[in-house]
Design a binder for this molecule. Structure first.
Ligand SMILES: Nc1ncnc2c1ncn2[C@@H]1O[C@H](COP(=O)(O)OP(=O)(O)OP(=O)(O)O)[C@@H](O)[C@H]1O
Length: 362
């Protein structure tokens, strides 16, 4: 069942149109991540769903009800912001109970909900403390708790972890995932951190310039990005992009990357013949390339090592291949030296090909 439905949503700030006739359906219990670079409109979209902005055109439905003109408090949503927005003079317990008291809930019910949220978030021992006596991670837990006690259908998160250091962020990310697995509420989560998106989401909506570029499961977005923007935005280290031209012949297509340098597209999962002679961009992730000292039987090209970056478990080896530079994830601990002559093999089943003029996937 659809939990949140956004229909033909347009939002303008004065003459600046930030969201353009946007449509989005989010299933009940789904963890949907809105991902994109700064300024792409993801917080604006979340704020529209929350009712914090008056939309210019379109409609929003939550749990089947048209809430387009409803007040935020009447939408059945709980929101968690990047800034914890806790009341500094109140204890954790009071921060959690405040909204419920205003809503007129009976004392017993309030106590029950706080107890449950405190247990889920492991903050039972912190209930009497003030926000200033908490760490950043604990404060963010309380902020999540405040949304939790409202007993809502839909949680909205706006970059809730971005104020935390990397280690804490990784810990809370796991906790959020666990929380979603236990509660099974619909969650809409804004971030510009692709790791957060890939690890948390059931589906990711990648946005650019107020438009959803791709809405898909994380691995589909990772393996089959619909355009050059999505391909470049997702993945760290980034996908390698090699400019070339497409040559379709009787024996199959290939990409000409330079004089005497061509990569056969045998194994690529789409028809490419109709792009014969056109400029294309061949995209391949560092982990879908293999370096060998000797030529292999697969589609491989000679390359020269520029440098090796050790990354702990493995390393990133930068290669020069004619006029192209590319990085390869290698199971190596400093065995490559600048100037080493190697061969690089391409995993075509995981490669991407883009039309250089439209930047769309072929
Ligand atoms: N109140 C406002 N008045 C005018 N322009 C605004 C307002 N709020 C946001 N904008 C503009 O709308 C666009 C989208 O902003 P939004 O905050 O939604 O982006 P975002 O993708 O969430 O970025 P970030 O990750 O930096 O928060 C930006 O160009 C921003 O400058």
């Amino acid at each position: 069942m659809t939990s949140v439905s956004v229909r033909d949503l347009t939002l303008k700030f004065g003459s600046l149109e930030v969201l353009h006739t946007l449509n989005l359906d989010i299933d009940e219990g789904e963890f949907l991540v809105l991902l994109g670079p700064s300024g792409c409109g993801k917080s604006t979209l979340l704020n529209c769903i929350a009712g914090l902005l008056d939309i210019s055109e379109g409609q929003i439905f939550i749990s089947g009800k048209n809430v387009t003109w409803e007040e935020p408090k009447d939408r059945g949503i709980g929101m968690v912001f990047q800034s914890y927005a806790l009341y500094p003079q109140m204890s954790v317990e009071k921060n959690l109970s405040f909204g419920l008291k205003i809503a007129g809930l009976p004392k017993g019910e309030i106590a029950k909900r706080i107890e449950r949220a405190a247990e889920v978030l492991q903050i039972q021992s912190l209930l009497k403390r003030k926000p200033a006596q908490l760490s950043g991670g604990q404060r963010q837990r309380v902020a999540i708790g405040r949304a939790l006690v409202r007993d809502v259908d839909v949680f909205l998160f706006d970059e809730p972890l971005s104020n935390l250091d990397a280690k804490l962020r990784a810990e809370l990310r796991v906790e959020l995932k666990r929380l979603h697995q236990n509660l099974k509420n619909t969650m809409i989560y804004v971030t510009h951190d692709q790791i957060e998106a890939l690890t948390l989401a059931d589906r990711i909506a990648v946005m650019k310039g107020g438009i959803i570029q791709q809405l898909d499961a994380p691995l589909t977005i990772y393996n089959k990005p619909v355009n050059l923007f999505v391909a470049g935005f997702i993945g760290s280290p980034s996908m390698n992009f090699l400019k070339g031209s497409l040559l379709a012949q009787a024996g199959g297509s290939s990409v000409l990357l330079g004089p005497d340098q061509s990569v056969s597209l045998d194994g690529y999962d789409a028809q490419t013949d109709m792009f014969n002679g056109q400029d294309v961009i061949f995209g391949v992730r560092p982990e879908h390339l293999t370096i060998t000292r000797e030529a292999t039987s697969g589609p491989n090209l000679p390359a020269v090592v520029e440098l090796e970056e050790p990354m702990g478990a493995d390393s990133l080896v930068w290669l020069r291949l004619g006029s192209h530079s590319m990085s390869v994830r290698a199971d190596s601990a400093g065995e490559y030296r600048p100037g080493d002559k190697v061969f690089v093999t391409f995993d075509l089943a995981h490669a991407s090909l883009f039309d250089a003029s439209t930047e769309d996937r072929i």
